[in-house]
Design a protein around this ligand. Sequence first.
Ligand code: ADP
Ligand code: MG
Length: 237
Amino acid sequence: DQEVTEHRKSLAIRVSGFDVPKPIKLFEDCGFPTALMGAITKQGYEKPTTIQCQALPIVLSGRDIIGIAKTGSGKTAAFVLPMIVHIMDQPELDKGEGPIGVICAPTRELAHQIFIETKKFAKPYGICVAAVYGGVSKLDQFKELKAGCEIIVATPGRLIDLLKMKAVTMVRATYLVLDEADRMFDLGFEPQIRSIVGQIRPDRQTLLFSATMPYKVERLAREILSDPSRVTVGEVG
Ligand code: ADP
Ligand code: MG
């Protein structure tokens, strides 16, 4: 309605897709469990950033999303917080093997940053997070994945290697995040991304975040997301 449209306009948010939920104003509007609210407060996050205001209610409703917003806008928490909720919602969480949440990022620095951020929110729930990327021992990562975890943060190349080595299986994965999709394309990871996506069940929830939306990324998004809501914040390419 008019009020929601005005609210979006005041935040410089543009949306498309069907039945996009209205943006939230406070983290309290998300219905997060107490321990997650505690972790948010501990981070010093007082209120959601603009992308979080619109992305959180979409992702929490189980919908796929394309999120376009510039660097530093708080995209990580926009996919990590609902991922924790998604994992806690799984029946028989202690059974089964392989990660439930899979996050792909273009570089080891980014994967490491996401890993650190994710651990802060996963810790209160005892959810295990593993990071796999190049430049460090593949054998160590093999062992770590074999030991089991609920979330993997990975660069596409190293994840493919470990999948081939059968260090991990994607049978249980239902929440896939492609972060900085444009940069992953620039680095030539399209084949690896397609291969990873092909190993994850089609009824997964898929989230794609990018600072820009070149045609190649748009084309992949159309292929691998189901009826996504699209959120653009500010003036981005
Ligand atoms: P992006 O992925 O969009 O580049 P990040 O997720 O890395 O942005 O977030 C940028 C910075 O903002 C990080 O230091 C993060 O801890 C901080 N941040 C994220 N959400 C909030 C919030 N709601 N309130 C305050 N700081 C936040
Ligand atoms: Mg980011």
